[in-house]
Design a protein around this ligand. Structure first.
Ligand SMILES: [Ca+2]
Length: 166
């Protein structure tokens, strides 16, 4: 076996173990959702794990903005800052919510206390995103085109559990 082959194998192994770790953390988060202090710690851990994922897995990309990976949008602010995809608690971009910086993913929105909360979204991230009905990008997938602002359909209301570039 050549050195290059060994390197490729090692890289693949690392990638698989990071993905497995990420999924373990997300599952643990679902379990631990009801314990806020532990939840806050695990949320930080999960974000750190996401940052470790290679670019191909939908984590940090070259077009990521310089700001924080997740920002809070206060109630009353309907604008989504450039470079972010924004999730709002209520229809018509009301009720506040969260912005996720371009290139970043959230495998479980419960990490930021926003599981099954989203009623509208605005994508000003510069790239296409998708939100998913279940954690870990599972369940029904819904496309969020760049520069669109959308009230979700009634049957999609308060369903979003994860999102990532797609
Ligand atoms: Ca859900």
């Amino acid at each position: 076996m050549t050195t290059a082959g060994a390197d490729t194998l090692a890289a693949t192994g690392l990638q698989l173990s990071v993905v497995a770790l990420s999924q373990c953390v997300a599952l643990a988060l679902i379990t631990i959702e009801r314990f806020p202090p532990v939840k806050a710690y695990l949320a930080a851990l999960a974000l750190a794990t996401t940052a470790l994922l290679p670019a191909g897995a939908g984590a940090a990309h070259a077009d990521a903005v310089a700001g924080p990976p997740v920002i809070t949008i206060p109630a009353g602010q309907t604008r989504c800052p450039d470079g972010y995809v924004c999730l709002f608690r209520d229809y018509e971009f009301q009720g506040g919510g969260y912005g996720v910086a371009a290139g970043h993913s959230i495998g479980f929105l419960g990490q930021v206390g926003f599981n099954d909360q989203m009623s509208s979204w605005a994508n000003d991230s510069g790239r296409r995103y998708c939100w998913y009905v279940d954690a870990n990008y599972a369940g029904d997938r819904h496309v969020m085109e760049n520069r669109y602002r959308v009230n979700v359909l009634p049957q999609e209301n308060d369903q979003a559990s994860s999102l990532r570039p797609c």
